[in-house]
Design a protein. Structure first.
Ligand SMILES: C=CC1=C(C)c2cc3[nH]c(cc4nc(cc5[nH]c(cc1n2)c(C)c5CCC(=O)O)C(CCC(=O)O)=C4C)c(C)c3C=C
Ligand SMILES: [Fe+2]
Ligand SMILES: [Fe+2]
Length: 343
């Protein structure tokens, strides 16, 4: 049988929580034109301004969640890689990071050097966005051309509605519901509204009314991150048999002054506390591995905010991480859903 490698790709973290490493990481991340989609001179100017203050604040936040083995996102991604290997019989499973190390270039070269010619690339993002999925695939294309790698590539598309993924997510959440709760908040990483409009092939669907994303279908759904977040949420709520008033969706991690997709997590936290919700569960389904945005932004800061607003308990439900059902589901999705690489 021809060997086929599997390359999992996650976002990446700074090498350490030191300010210099965080600055280097943020510079690489934010200078990506798929993340800050401004012309180079404006992007350089904006990122330079962000880098005046952000690295210090972010370094402090990273230091508060850093583990002895390293960044939670990196450590948990490695654990997932090992767990997926036991379900991937076609060949070795590798892990790369879009920003920082190990890079996509290092891993694709390693795969080619091992004489493997077929690779499945799995960007570890359930919902499609240019700032996550497209930038990974663009980097893969760049590396293939620059290093003339003789690799035949297929890629795993966004899996926001795949039953195997949703079943694993429901298995992860279920025990927390059984402990008793008032409300389950599904908080996704946000995006500037501009990114959603740019990706909208109809030019008129997205964000035109409050529930446009819930109605999205076909080519619009395939490109609309917000619509995919709602589909994931509906699929999860259905599996957990949640009544509509027991769950809601919000978007976190805003940066800068542009308008980001709503509703904002901070505002939902205030509103839920004001409605009398005391025991709040939060799951972050845009992330498959716990990271700064789950452990610190939700587990620490959102918790403080909710308690200050009158809530009694906010519990962060861990991401899928290396859950055995998720590892098996991911291997299965890569076998069954990967499509020929076509950027
Ligand atoms: C314009 C800025 C950003 C966009 C767009 C964006 C999209 C986006 N990001 C993730 C996943 C993660 N982001 C993480 C951290 C993070 N994100 C941004 C900015 C944008 N993200 C910044 C500046 C940071 C760094 C931390 C900080 O200073 O706040 C992380 C965590 C990484 C870690 O090391 O733990 C993840 C994961 C998605 C899924 C997404 C689009 C949907
Ligand atoms: Fe982000
Ligand atoms: Fe939409």
């Amino acid at each position: 049988m021809t060997e086929q490698a599997l390359l999992l790709v996650n976002l990446g973290s700074p090498a350490s929580p030191e300010v210099t490493d965080v600055r280097r990481y943020l510079n690489q991340f934010l200078m990506d034109p798929y993340v800050i989609d401004l012309p180079w001179p404006l992007r350089r100017l904006l990122v330079t301004l962000i880098l005046l203050t952000r690295p210090k604040a972010s370094a402090h936040a990273y230091a508060s969640i850093w583990w002895p083995e390293g960044s939670p996102l990196a450590v948990l991604s490695q654990r997932l890689q090992r767990a997926v290997q036991s379900h991937w019989e076609q060949g070795p499973v590798f892990l790369a990071m879009r920003y920082g190390e190990p890079s996509i270039a290092q891993k694709l070269q390693q795969i080619a050097q091992q004489g493997i010619s077929q690779v499945v690339i799995a960007p570890l993002y359930p919902q499609f966005a240019d700032s996550t999925t497209t930038t990974v695939l663009t980097e893969v294309q760049r590396v293939l051309v620059q290093h003339r790698l003789p690799l035949s590539i297929s890629t795993l598309p966004a899996f926001y509605d795949q039953p195997a993924y949703l079943d694993a997510l429901a298995t992860q959440v279920q025990p927390y519901l059984e402990q008793g709760f008032d409300h389950l908040l599904m908080s996704y990483h946000g995006l500037p509204e501009r990114h959603i409009h740019k990706a909208d092939p109809s030019g008129q669907h997205c964000l035109t009314n409050t529930d446009c994303c819930q109605q999205a279908q076909g080519a619009v759904l395939a490109q609309c991150y917000r619509a995919q977040c709602y589909r994931t949420s509906q699929g999860l709520a259905q599996r957990l048999e949640l009544m509509p008033e027991r769950w809601s969706v919000s978007f976190q991690s805003r940066l800068g002054r542009a308008k980001w997709i709503a509703p904002y997590t901070e505002e939902r936290l205030q509103a839920l506390a004001a409605q009398g919700v005391k025991k709040l569960l939060v799951i972050c389904p845009a992330f498959v591995s716990d990271c700064l945005e789950t452990l610190e932004e939700i587990g620490v800061r959102a918790r403080e905010q909710f308690l200050a607003a009158g809530g009694e308990d906010l519990q962060l439900i861990p991401c899928l991480n290396d859950h055995p059902q998720w590892a098996m589901a991911l291997a299965q999705l890569c076998q069954q859903q990967a499509v020929p690489f076509n950027l």
